[in-house]
Design a protein around this ligand. Structure first.
Ligand code: MIC
Ligand code: SF4
Length: 650
């Protein structure tokens, strides 16, 4: 049978299951990555599994999110992760070495391999022909221990690129164009394969910008072929031996094919507060701006920052604008230093930030009240910047640099008309220095090595087996497209407590309703548990399992929604919380915030795939889809993946 690229990699890694769209497949995982904001919890979970050494080909722990050390918390987490990594066979990328996805692409990713990471943008590796998934920390912990990773076999969407990008139009605009076409829900349940003649003109980091932002489509992952462009990239990173060619069969079948003509693409912009709220830059050009941020795992490669430097060279940024530049890795930064291009950036008046996520996750550089911020990032969810009424727009580095100079949103093609073309020359060889990636201890040393645990490291919350009958109060009712940034916000004030669930719980849903945590606790004390009612695409965005663990701590036993985002639904099951989908979406109106619902005969109902929620006010029963595999039902019955794994479940 003719296969797509993803199907070929799945076939090579298939442990069990049928490669039929919708059915569950278990995959062998070759590589894992964690970042610090999700990593602390993932390693605490890994430790409780009692496995001495990771069983993957390569596992790397990155420190890139919580790098502002305004107290002991983040530094404690770094020390914990460094020590736990050294002990268990995991490479440790030190703070300052760069953003996990950028560094992994440069130094560790390999075409044809599987990668899961406790970060939703792990599909960045697809730019290199990897099958890379974002996952909850627990799934990563299990994979490090040699366990399989389970996904529902996705549909296949092909995007064919023709032509060539025009000057000042870039890979970011391709990402925004596909978001415009498909929306933040359009990739759900699908793997997006990029192909067509046009991909030959895109370098690996440009491809990685596109696979990175595939996450915003809700896609399971995105992937490019591994071709001569891939070989050149690996060669320039001194890793040509990691190259293997990879392409789909000519007659491979796709569920949908989308064509994009690069010649006709224009600079695009995603307006507040969703990455799919896309317009042409030219439509709203002239809008006054306050801040510009260039960086993040989407747009911080050497190519992106060389373009930035070329545009800023010899110019000053407008006085009303504050510009930050955060290189994606130490490799990028040191090469900009060596070439003198960093000076072009600094002389323009830009502020240089660390090689880390920084403003993307609200770790500094929050905009002023109602401030308009143009960012080369991938997400502009409400409140994510750290300023509740911040107006964040997503753009390419070209649009960002042109606008920083003029002080208003500017179509970078107008910059070209005014100042002429920019020329960027990429080196044949990148400077390689892996000194900031610490290898793990050998097995003998590891036996006696201590794991460092500061006072901020609190144990994993207690879980209980699923009861046969229970009552829950509706503690919160939300609308559509609730992101994990709504459920468990991030930012400099909260992120340091990612290993302290009781403290984090005070901020649960704070963007939506600050009274939620107290109410949830009260309801749980009174009637034993609570339920959240959501709309379409509940839990989109980040992979943070805290968006499940914190509600679990507050007594949430089930979430009823019109539909769920993939990683969040998996995280709920892993936490032992029931993700239930309304059979009839109109029943949403019957579930009022002060309603209480009763679930009974739970295991039999789960086996049938339909759970009934009885409204205590009227006695009416609402049918909910509960389509779980046998393994997921066992996880739910055990009270979550950790309890299931500890009791020998695979
Ligand atoms: C994000 O971009 O939202 C994050 C912060 O990288 C998250 C992970 C987290 O919440 O720690 C993600 O994308 O998974
Ligand atoms: Fe970091 Fe932002 Fe990328 Fe998340 S999206 S990994 S916060 S740079």
């Amino acid at each position: 049978m003719a296969l797509t690229i993803a199907q070929k990699i799945i076939k090579n890694h298939l442990i069990s299951g049928e490669m039929k769209a919708g059915s569950e497949v278990a995959l062998k995982i070759d590589q894992t990555l964690t970042q610090d904001a999700t990593g602390t919890m993932a390693y605490l979970e890994f430790e409780t599994m009692g496995i001495d050494r990771v069983k993957t080909e390569r596992s790397v722990a990155y420190i890139d999110h919580n790098t502002l050390q305004c107290g002991l918390e983040n530094a404690d987490d770094h020390a914990y992760i460094a020590s736990v990594a050294a002990k268990h066979g995991i490479y440790f990328s030190r703070p300052g070495n760069g953003i996990c996805h950028q560094v992994h692409l440069e130094r560790f990713g390999k075409p044809g391999k599987t990668l899961i990471g406790s970060d939703s943008h792990t599909p960045t590796g697809g730019g290199l022909g990897m099958l890379a998934f974002g996952a909850g920390g627990l799934d990563v912990a299990v994979a490090m221990g040699g366990g399989a990773y389970y996904i529902n076999m996705p549909k296949m969407i092909k995007v064919n690129l023709t032509g060539r990008l025009r000057p000042f139009v870039s890979a970011k605009d391709i990402s925004l164009e596909i978001l415009r076409i498909l929306s933040v829900k359009g990739g759900v349940g699908a793997i997006i394969e990029w192909g067509g003649e046009g991909i030959k003109t895109l370098s690996v980091p440009e491809r990685a910008t596109i696979t990175n932002m595939g996450t915003e489509l809700g896609a399971t992952t995105s992937i490019f072929p591994s071709d001569e462009v891939t070989r050149e990239f690996l060669k320039s990173q001194g890793r040509e031996e990691d190259f293997t060619p990879l392409s789909s069969d000519p007659d491979a079948v796709y569920d949908r094919v989308i064509e994009i003509d690069l010649d006709t693409l224009e600079p695009l912009i995603a307006c507040p507060h969703s990455p799919d709220n896309v317009k042409k830059v030219s439509e709203i050009a002239g809008m006054k701006i306050d801040q510009v941020c260039i960086g993040s795992c989407t747009n911080s490669s050497l190519f992106d920052l060389k373009k930035t430097a070329a545009m800023l060279r010899g110019k000053k940024i407008a006085t009303n604008v504050s510009l930050s530049v955060s290189p994606g890795s130490k490799q990028v930064l040191s090469m900009l230093v060596k070439s003198g291009e960093l000076n072009d950036i600094l002389q323009s008046g830009a502020r240089l930030l660390e090689c880390a996520c920084g403003p993307c996750i609200g770790m500094g550089f929050s905009p002023s009240s109602a401030g308009v911020s143009l960012r080369t990032f991938n997400r502009n969810f409400l409140g994510r910047s750290g300023t509740k009424d911040g107006q964040v727009y997503l753009v390419s580095p070209e649009t960002a640099a042109a606008s920083a100079i003029s002080g208003v949103l500017t179509d970078p093609r107008d910059f070209g008309d005014k100042f002429g073309a920019i020329s960027v020359s990429m080196p044949e060889k990148f400077d390689i220095d892996d000194g900031s990636v610490l290898p793990p201890l050998n097995e003998a040393e590891a036996k006696t090595a201590e794991v460092v645990r500061g006072p901020n490291i609190k144990p994993f919350p207690k879980t209980q087996p699923m009861p046969e009958k229970f009552t829950c109060g509706v503690a919160l009712k939300t609308g559509d497209d609730i992101t994990t940034d709504h459920i468990m916000p991030a930012g400099a004030k909260i992120l340091p407590y990612r290993s302290n669930i009781p403290y984090l719980s005070k901020f649960c849903f704070s963007v939506v309703d600050e009274t939620f945590p107290e109410r949830a606790k009260e309801i749980t004390e009174k009637i034993g548990g609570c339920v959240i009612v959501g709309g379409v695409n509940y839990g989109q965005g980040s992979s943070r399992e805290h968006a499940a663990l914190v509600p679990l701590y507050l007594g949430v036993k089930a979430v009823i929604a019109k539909s769920f985002a993939r990683i969040h639904a998996a995280n709920l099951v892993n936490a032992g919380i029931l993700p239930l989908t309304l059979k009839n979406p109109d029943d949403y109106d019957k579930l009022a915030q002060d309603e209480a619902v009763e679930f009974s005969d739970v295991s039999a109902s789960l086996e049938k795939g339909v759970v009934k929620a009885k409204l205590l006010s009227t006695g009416e029963e609402i049918a909910l889809k509960a389509e779980f595999t046998k393994r997921q039902r066992d996880i739910l019955a055990a009270g979550g993946l950790l309890a299931y794994t500890k009791s020998g479940g695979k």
